[in-house]
Design a protein around this ligand. Structure first.
Ligand code: C2E
Ligand code: CA
Ligand code: CA
Length: 869
């Protein structure tokens, strides 16, 4: 079986999953936008902080040496004032002292010295090992600039430079030119280190005359380190460039000069725009391209999809410097933890969503599993597996309710089914097995050997029930059951297989006596009347259908019953002695009958039926008073078929209803035509045979009226014949119909009278107008005195009832004479005529039908003629 539609799980999980994904997407988007804004805000703050920090540090870095240099100049001026000598020894010792005591805390100061107006020079340089080197040019050094490996001029030389003139050095020239403390531009040292250096120099005037210049060198590498330290804390990137756009310092490792170790080429400082670092390069370009008029200190740019925030800040105006400090942060630097936090949020959100989904799935499963189980159980239930007990599934109330309801339902169904089965298998009145019960019993108790199945059909049980009441009927059945049970051998099974049918299964090989003996004793059981309430005696006769089989296939029990049933049906027929055994011919008969029935259905459509008429003659004057309509079937395959063959079949199949109406209408039409058109006597009496089944039709009376109307036959011309034996089996309702027929003015004849053994009391209730003595009595007339007595009695009785009397089957003149002598009114039989269509009636008969009419016509004419005369 296929199941359309999506499952409950899908129905719940898909939308929820979709919703969660949507929420996460929206969250991500909002976070991202917020992130951008945050980055911008933070960047501006960070940049400001960094710039401020850098400015302060740079200030301190430059200012301390600047101030120190001024102090130094001041001191040297005093020394020169006190000892105006050519010798620089005093200044040398001052410088050494100052360096050691004061300036040791200024690590950025790499050298300091003094050049006088005469071209002499003294100074100290700090080596990498923090040792000082004396640099001297005066008479002691032979007016060459000599660097010593210590602080004394007696120490070994480190290097020596001829023609060194401090007055030509940039620091000297700029101080001299400006006349105040200042900074030199950036240059490379002339010593062997060739460090990138910037010098602060202060001119010393004595009596307005320049006597020399003090200078302090600051190694920018020191500042680079400072920047690096700072940026290690703050992150981001920072560099400083001069007014030419050349790098002064940068926070990341790497040189700000070219070819540091190639001695063949002069070292040059790098332009920021030419830096190998793409961030420096791009930002420098950006700064350079800015239009000064609109320049803001903040800018942004993107490299490889990473956003950078930059700030440019002018520095050093008060030192005569025109530097730019450029700080750059990338979003990653600024918000390093935030994306982490963001992704943590997203991951935990996703995890929660997945967990939610899983929990949801578990819960949905808790709901759907019981539903699915119930549906499977319901399907089993539909297949007839009644006992279904489902487990309490979970803590979910609704599913528990469903399961409980299902369990309750299956229990009830189970119970009802058992009850139904009980009803199906056992008769509620007698408690005996039913037909199905018998089948099941035999099938469940395997037995090998011969089996005799006896079906007992009660005669006229329905009539007894109708006339004496259901209670009596039930009592009778119980009495009968008791009697049967008492007389049955152990190896048998009794069942009630119909309202008036018992079945007995005899397991022959287990019986003490032959089954024939058992059957005989069963037949005899019905010879004694049944006594109800110890007073009422009822004699009920029965018929027996027997089937005997060697077959031991228990699954054939329904077939056994059918065959015994066939035998019983045969036993119920009038010609039977009341006990019939099944033989193959019976089955053949059934097959034949089935075939005949299907032929008959076609016959009615093809007009193969016709009505023959047999005259009824006045016994005294031998004139025709009427006729009995007798149906004939001209079957193309079978020839002329006798009604004795097909009427019972038509009756048992119900086809008699349609056929009966057709016969009645056709016969009425023909007779009406004879009377109205051919001058037949207007009291011509038409007898039509009627089955009791026809009487049972609800609308029988109205149909009857309609037929009379259509055919134009007056009611007084019609007599309906009903067989005595069949009448006796009828209930009171059909009695009602008989009265209604009589009320219409239609006659009623009791056919085959004498064969039904009806009591006088019963006869008295019947509204008949005619008795037809059965042929069996007539045929014996003249041979058997007893029959003659009976016929005589019937004739007398009819006179008592003041009804018409017809003797059937008169074949001889002798019979006619006796009947005439006994005073019988009407006669019907082959002696006068066989049934035939009106067209085949002998002329003499037809003449008798019109005779009276003609006479009447003649007398009328005479009267008319005389009147004319
Ligand atoms: P039934 O009503 O007793 O009809 C009389 C039967 O006796 C007719 O047989 C008739 O042909 C036959 N018969 C008449 N005179 C003699 C005679 O002198 N000697 C002998 N041996 N027989 C004679 P049929 O026509 O074969 O009818 C047989 C039975 O079929 C009828 O018996 C009647 O019960 C039934 N039947 C015939 N036609 C109809 C019909 O139209 N409707 C119904 N419901 N039953 C019909
Ligand atoms: Ca008849
Ligand atoms: Ca008859």
């Amino acid at each position: 079986m296929t199941h359309r539609g999506i499952s409950l799980k899908q129905a719940i999980v898909f939308p929820v999953a979709l919703l969660m994904a949507l929420i996460i997407a929206i969250l991500t988007y909002i976070e991202h936008v917020g992130h951008q804004q945050l980055a911008t805000e933070i960047s501006q703050k960070m940049l400001k902080v960094t710039v401020k920090n850098t400015e302060t540090k740079l200030d301190a870095f430059l200012d301390a040496p600047f101030q120190a240099n001024r102090v130094m100049a001041d001191s040297i001026r005093h020394i020169i004032e006190l000892h105006p000598a050519n010798d620089l020894e005093d200044i040398q010792s001052y410088l050494l002292q100052a360096y050691r005591k004061l300036f040791v805390h200024l690590p950025q100061m790499s050298a300091m010295g003094f050049g006088d107006a005469q071209g002499n020079y003294v100074g100290f340089r700090k080596e990498n090992d923090e040792q000082l080197t004396l640099l001297l040019k005066d008479r002691r050094s032979g007016f060459n600039l000599i660097g010593y490996q210590g602080i004394e001029s007696s120490d070994p030389q480190r290097f020596s430079i001829n023609r060194y003139d401090p007055r030509q050095r940039p620091w000297y020239l700029v101080a001299k030119e400006l006349g105040k403390s200042t900074w030199s531009s950036i240059y490379f040292n002339v010593d062997e280190h060739e460090d990138i250096t910037i010098t602060t120099s202060t001119p010393i005037y004595l009596n307005d005359k320049l006597v020399g210049v003090t200078a302090s060198d600051i190694q920018l590498e020191q500042f680079n380190q400072k920047l690096r330290e700072q940026q290690r804390e703050l992150g981001g990137l920072l560099y400083i460039m001069d007014d030419h756009g050349k790098l002064i310092a940068q926070s990341m490792s790497g040189s700000i000069t070219t070819h540091q170790h190639n001695e063949n080429l002069p070292r040059r400082r790098i332009y920021a725009q030419a830096s190998k670092n793409p961030i420096i390069q791009t930002s420098a370009q950006f700064v350079a391209n800015q239009d000064d008029r609109y320049f803001t200190d903040h800018f942004q740019f993107t490299i490889d999809g990473v956003r950078y925030y930059g700030n440019v800040f002018d520095f050093g105006a008060r030192y005569g410097l025109n530097w730019k400090i450029i700080t750059i942060f990338s979003t990653d630097d600024l918000l390093q933890q935030i994306p982490d936090m963001l992704s943590t949020t997203l991951v935990s959100g996703a995890l929660i969503a997945i967990a939610g989904l899983i929990i949801g799935l578990v819960i949905v499963s808790r709901i759907t599993d019981p539903i699915i189980k119930v549906s499977y159980a319901a399907r089993s239930l539909a297949r007839g597996v009644w006992k279904q007990e489902l487990q309490q599934p979970s803590q979910i109330r609704e599913t528990n309710m469903l399961v409980n309801a299902f369990n309750e339902m299956s229990q009830k169904l189970h119970h009802s089914f058992n009850q139904l089965r009980q009803q199906l298998l056992f008769d509620h009145l007698t408690g005996l097995p039913t037909r199905e019960g018998l089948i099941e019993h035999v099938q469940r108790n395997p037995y090998r050997g011969q089996v005799t199945l006896v079906l007992i059909g009660l005669n006229s049980f329905r009539t007894i029930k109708d006339s004496l009441g259901h209670l009596i009927g039930d009592q009778l059945l119980l009495e009968m059951q008791q009697r049967l049970q008492q007389n049955l051998p152990a190896a048998s099974e009794l069942a009630r297989v119909g309202g008036d049918e018992f079945a007995i299964c005899l397991f022959d090989d287990a019986l003490n006596l032959p089954s024939e003996g058992v059957i005989q004793s069963l037949v005899q059981l019905f010879n004694t009347p049944f006594v109800l309430d110890q007073q009422e005696e009822i004699l009920i006769t029965a018929r027996f259908g027997i089937y005997q089989t060697e077959q031991t296939d228990q699954s054939d029990v329904p077939d056994w019953l059918n065959k015994a049933g066939l035998a019983l049906t045969t036993a119920k027929q009038p010609q039977s002695a009341g006990i019939e055994r099944y033989h193959a011919g019976l089955s053949q008969k059934t097959v034949d009958e089935t075939r005949m029935l299907s032929d008959m259905r076609q016959a009615l459509r093809r007009n193969e039926f016709s009505v023959f008429f047999q005259p009824v003659v006045n016994a005294q004057d031998e004139t025709v008073t009427g006729a009995e309509a007798l149906v004939r079937w001209h079957c193309p395959r079978r020839g002329l078929v006798s009604p004795a063959q097909f009427i019972p079949l038509a009756e048992s199949s119900g086809m008699i209803i349609d056929l009966g109406y057709w016969i009645l209408e056709d016969a009425c039409r023909q007779v009406a035509k004879k009377i109205s058109q051919e001058g037949w006597r207007d009291d011509f009496n038409l007898h039509v045979n009627l089955c009791v089944t026809q009487l049972g039709q609800k609308d029988f009376i109205s149909q009857l009226q309609a037929i009379l109307q259509r055919s134009g036959l007056p009611a007084k011309n019609l007599t309906l014949e009903i067989t005595e034996s069949r009448l006796m089996t009828q209930d009171l309702e059909s009695m009602q119909v008989l009265h209604q027929i009589r009320e219409l003015g239609i006659g009623l004849a009791i056919d085959d009278f004498g064969t039904g053994y009806s009591s006088l009391a019963y006869l008295n209730q019947l509204p008949f107008s005619c008795l037809k003595i059965d042929r069996s009595f007539i045929s014996q007339l003249g041979q058997d005195k007893a029959h003659q007595t009976i016929v005589n009695a019937v004739i007398n009785m009819s006179q008592g009832f003041q009804c018409q009397l017809v003797a059937e089957g008169v074949e001889t003149a002798e019979q006619r004479d006796i009947l005439r002598e006994l005073g019988c009114q009407s006669i019907q039989g082959f002696f006068y005529a066989k049934p035939a269509p009106f067209t085949n009636w002998p002329q003499i008969l037809v003449a008798q039908c019109v005779l009276q009419q003609n006479r009447l016509f003649e007398s009328n004419q005479t009267e008319e003629e005389s009147a004319l005369d």
